[in-house]
Design a protein around this ligand. Structure first.
Ligand code: COA
Length: 233
């Protein structure tokens, strides 16, 4: 049965975490905008620790690099895990939002996670994210939740915002999580391969954040979600 792990942590100052980062991670941290550095350091550490936990190895026996499916760059794009011993690794996704960082891992297929700080949202977001006729996600902060679901799906697809968010619906008529590709132009990028299907859920991230999780899973498999807080300090 596919296992999806979610690990959440509050952002910790980069100065506190720096010693625990690898040289590659410190170089990445130094390239980040100063305002982002605490969250960047936090997610770098959380991601490596979560992959190590999933692989049952020490954190210094794994690394999480980046690979851009569009341009091939190793400086940005989809996070990809490696193990020093060459053993199997899960698919990885990560997100920084407000004072929270989240990492998702899946052993059965690509995964995407997104976290957004709760904030006032204008009508502009509706025009950017809602597909024609799509209702906002049910519950409080529906548009923000729609945005988070959409980013989670687009990350699992590996496209990010290179695909127009209005190409897909992420809520059914009742506002529950459900993925439907509505723009034929995006079908090649977003339609699951034969034998696989979209899986999408909201994630409880507390009162101040909205989060969502998407994965491409084998058609008939039901999944297990292991979601926990994993403080860094
Ligand atoms: C991915 C994206 C949706 C991130 O949104 P965000 O809400 O600002 O930021 P988040 O913190 O939630 O997520 C950032 C993480 O998404 C991941 N990510 C970036 N591109 C991704 C992609 N195409 N697919 C999946 N995950 C991706 C990275 O791990 C990134 O973290 P990092 O900066 O530490 O490497 C957005 O930045 C995007 O669409 N980027 C890709 C744009 C693109 O294709 N550019 C082409 C360059 S050649």
């Amino acid at each position: 049965m596919p296992l999806i792990r979610v690990r959440r942590a509050g952002v910790v100052p980069a100065a506190v975490l720096r010693q625990r980062l690898t040289p590659d991670e410190r170089a990445r941290l130094d390239r980040a905008a100063p305002a982002d550095r605490d969250a960047v350091a936090s997610v770098l550490l959380l991601a490596r620790r979560a992959v190590a936990e999933a692989c049952r190895v020490e954190p210094d026996a794994v690394r999480v690099r980046r690979r851009c499916p569009r341009c091939g760059s190793a400086a940005h794009g989809v996070p990809v895990a490696d193990r020093a011993d060459g053993g199997p690794v899960p698919h990885v996704s990560l997100s920084r939002g407000g004072d929270l960082v989240v990492v998702a891992l899946c052993d059965a297929g690509p995964v995407g996670v997104d976290v957004e700080p709760v904030r006032p949202i204008g009508d502009d977001l509706a025009r950017v994210v809602l597909a024609p006729g799509e209702p906002p996600a049910a519950g409080s902060h529906g548009l923000l939740r729609t945005w988070s679901r959409t980013e989670a799906v687009l990350k699992a697809a590996g496209t990010g915002l290179a695909v127009d968010p209005r190409a897909l619906r992420v809520s059914d008529a009742a506002g529950r999580p459900a993925v439907r590709v509505v723009d034929p132009g995006a079908a090649a990028a977003l339609t699951p391969a034969p034998g696989t299907r979209w899986w999408l859920t909201d994630v409880d991230a507390g009162a101040d954040h909205i989060a969502a999780l998407a994965a491409l899973l084998p058609q008939d498999a039901s999944s297990t979600l292991d979601d926990s807080s994993s403080p860094l300090a």
